[in-house]
Write a protein that binds this ligand. Structure first.
Ligand code: ADP
Ligand code: MG
Length: 338
């Protein structure tokens, strides 16, 4: 693992949503095809994320929860070619610092697996090797976080008071990953008073599509009238996804069904959202389309290291790019019209 303290960013973990985001991004980065998330009591008691990804190597055990240690970039120049969601090596360390216990069970070589405990500083405090366990002849990792914010009384009080709202924020955030990674099978459960309920799920598999998942999440009616959108903006920029076709607009502003991603990373691009809404409006009496759009772009044209959650991204020559997208979108709707 590499020490990358030069690119640290400040506080990553501010709420339940950011914990879940970091854990799920780690599972995605490990090439998982199955991710299960379990909340106990809306996350107040614990949160665990279990995947069938590549697992953690033995030589990394003592580093994974240390600040600024990551296995994902080997040189700073790699930032230009970044293809993983994580790269700063901060998340697990911050999670350790705000919870009472972080436990990792990981397997790279079935049936051998390891149970690892980390303390508040991210130091490995216990390591037990085992045979068998829950990975059913696969590799994988399970990360459990207990009692988040237990020694931060103000944050804890707020979290407990608003736990349902915080839980739904986390679910909504997770939904974005579920939609844009249709090949991954997601299952999200919440256990309250020993009653387990399914909060969100997708089928996964290589045949599943974003559209399937839109229908799974929003219902056939909620995803009605979506058409495929593919724009080749330039040699190394493409936009792919779905957008409401003519007359299927929502007629009111609902941002909960407008999704944008850059290289499958959920992002807020207010200017671009406005462009899409404006172009759509100029062709339709119904305003506001549903859309889910991924901008595939060469990582060297991006700076994702602006905010702790990487939700804001700087794109080189953004103005030109957005103008080109606007014209291509107009072209798309013109061809739809005929
Ligand atoms: P980053 O994702 O920026 O590298 P994290 O603190 O999120 O930093 O994770 C630290 C390291 O722990 C990762 O670089 C990776 O090597 C390892 N890791 C964390 N979660 C998983 C997982 N689910 N599967 C495999 N490796 C993991
Ligand atoms: Mg990470």
């Amino acid at each position: 693992q590499k020490d990358v303290s030069k690119i640290t960013s400040g506080q990553v973990i501010i709420d339940l949503k950011s914990i879940v985001k970091e854990l799920v991004e780690n599972s995605i980065d490990a090439n998982s095809t199955k991710i299960e998330i379990n909340f106990q009591n809306y996350g107040i008691d614990s949160i665990s994320v279990t995947d069938n990804g590549k697992g953690i190597k033995k030589e990394d055990f003592e580093f994974v929860c240390l600040r600024s240690h990551t296995s994902k970039i080997s040189e700073f120049e790699d930032l230009d070619k970044l293809s993983t969601l994580g790269f700063r090596g901060e998340a697990l360390n911050s999670i350790c610092s705000v919870s009472s216990k972080v436990k990792i069970v990981t397997c790279t070589d079935y049936p051998k697996n390891h149970e690892l405990d980390y303390d508040k500083a991210g130091k490995l405090s216990k390591s037990v090797s085992k045979i068998g366990g829950g990975f059913s002849k696969q590799t994988g990792t399970s990360v459990s976080i207990e009692k988040i914010f237990f020694d931060l009384p103000v944050r804890l009080k707020n979290f407990v008071k608003n736990s349902k709202r915080e839980f739904h924020k986390a679910i909504n955030f997770l939904t974005q990953y579920l939609l844009i990674y249709p090949e991954i099978k997601f299952s999200v459960f919440n256990v309250v008073n020993s009653k387990k309920s399914l909060a969100l799920s997708s089928r996964g598999g290589s045949k599943s599509t974003i559209l399937d998942n839109m229908i799974t999440v929003f219902g056939a009616n909620g995803a009605k009238g979506l058409v495929e959108l593919k724009l080749l903006i330039s040699e190394d920029i493409q936009i792919e996804g779905y957008i409401s076709s003519y007359s299927f607009g929502l007629g009111r502003s609902v941002t909960d069904r407008q999704f944008m991603f850059i290289n499958k990373r959920p992002v807020m691009l207010k200017k671009l959202s406005k462009i899409v809404n404006d172009v759509y409006k100029s062709f339709n009496h119904m305003q506001y389309p549903i859309f889910i759009l991924n901008i595939a772009i060469d990582p060297s044209a991006l700076d994702v290291n602006l905010t702790p959650d990487k939700g804001m991204i700087m794109i080189h020559s953004e103005q030109d790019l957005f103008e080109k997208i606007r014209l291509d979108l107009i072209g798309f709707f013109e061809s739809q019209d005929n």
